[in-house]
Design a protein around this ligand. Structure first.
Ligand code: SF4
Ligand code: SF4
Length: 242
């Protein structure tokens, strides 16, 4: 694959809001460790393509492409379609040379470990990752194992914004006491609070909104309502049907 096709593929993804792309060597110890811990077979593959979105562009492009009307998991399908197109049409990766790990598979993919291996992100007190440029307004969109030796693309790791955040407003903003030390997010407390009738966190995360990092990339109210509405539906399905 020549350089211009590779760059054109990156531009194609960026135009669809998929503006963070890493290509990791499956043989790298942190990548191997993450995949082994998740019991993901990776022997025939050489690269791991990791795609994420940061900021508002994804929502704008997704709406321009028709939005959520037609299918279940519409953003997952949108992301997967864009990544498949780039691999096939720009990077010469045949369908039998790649295996999606995420989204829309049964794999439990260690996305946060892979995000760290990509040099992107750090754990935050609210359980999700934080990115130096996009703050908490950032999410993983696709992970694919690829047999072709695509050029490696790894960002230099930068410090976590949380390291210099002395006040930690995310901690005080959480009404459930779920947010505290990094690595000790209180998932049960958060879920319990979100399931209350007329919960203040039914359609938003007050802790996430309180974070002062990268506020210019904060999702629109419509996007926040969409994502938190989806996650509340998932929580209800999981906890109510148990
Ligand atoms: S408010 Fe501070 S500690 Fe909390 S996520 Fe944001 S940067 Fe990190
Ligand atoms: S959704 Fe609400 S309860 Fe859960 S972490 Fe965010 S602020 Fe706390």
């Amino acid at each position: 694959m020549n350089h211009s096709h590779f760059q054109a593929g990156l531009r194609y993804l960026a135009a669809r809001g998929l503006n963070l792309v890493a290509i990791l060597d499956v043989g790298d110890p942190p990548v191997q460790k993450a995949l082994n811990q998740a019991q993901i077979e990776h022997a025939p593959y050489r690269r791991l393509l990791l795609v994420a979105h940061g900021g508002r562009m994804l929502w704008r492009a997704f709406q321009a492409a028709g939005g959520e009307g037609q299918t279940v998991d519409p953003i997952d399908r949108y992301s997967r379609r864009a990544v498949s197109t780039v691999m096939r049409e720009f990077w010469g990766v045949a369908a039998d040379q790649a295996a999606f790990l995420y989204p829309l598979t049964d794999h439990l993919v260690p996305l946060q470990q892979l995000g760290t291996a990509a040099g992107w992100s750090h754990r935050s007190p609210i359980g999700t990752d934080i990115h130096p440029d996009y703050g908490l307004w950032f999410a993983y969109r696709a992970a694919v194992l690829v047999k072709n030796p695509l050029p490696l693309l790894i960002a230099p790791m930068r410090p976590s914004p949380c390291d210099s955040c002395d006040d930690r407003p995310c901690v005080t903003a959480c009404p459930a006491g779920a947010v505290g030390e990094i690595g000790r997010f209180g998932l049960n407390a958060c879920v319990t609070h979100r399931l209350y009738h007329r919960s203040s966190c039914a359609g938003q995360c007050l802790a996430r909104l309180a974070c002062p990092v990268a506020v210019q990339h904060r999702y629109t109210a419509e996007q926040i309502a969409y994502h938190y509405g989806q996650s509340l539906k998932d929580i209800r399905r999981y906890y109510m049907e148990e």
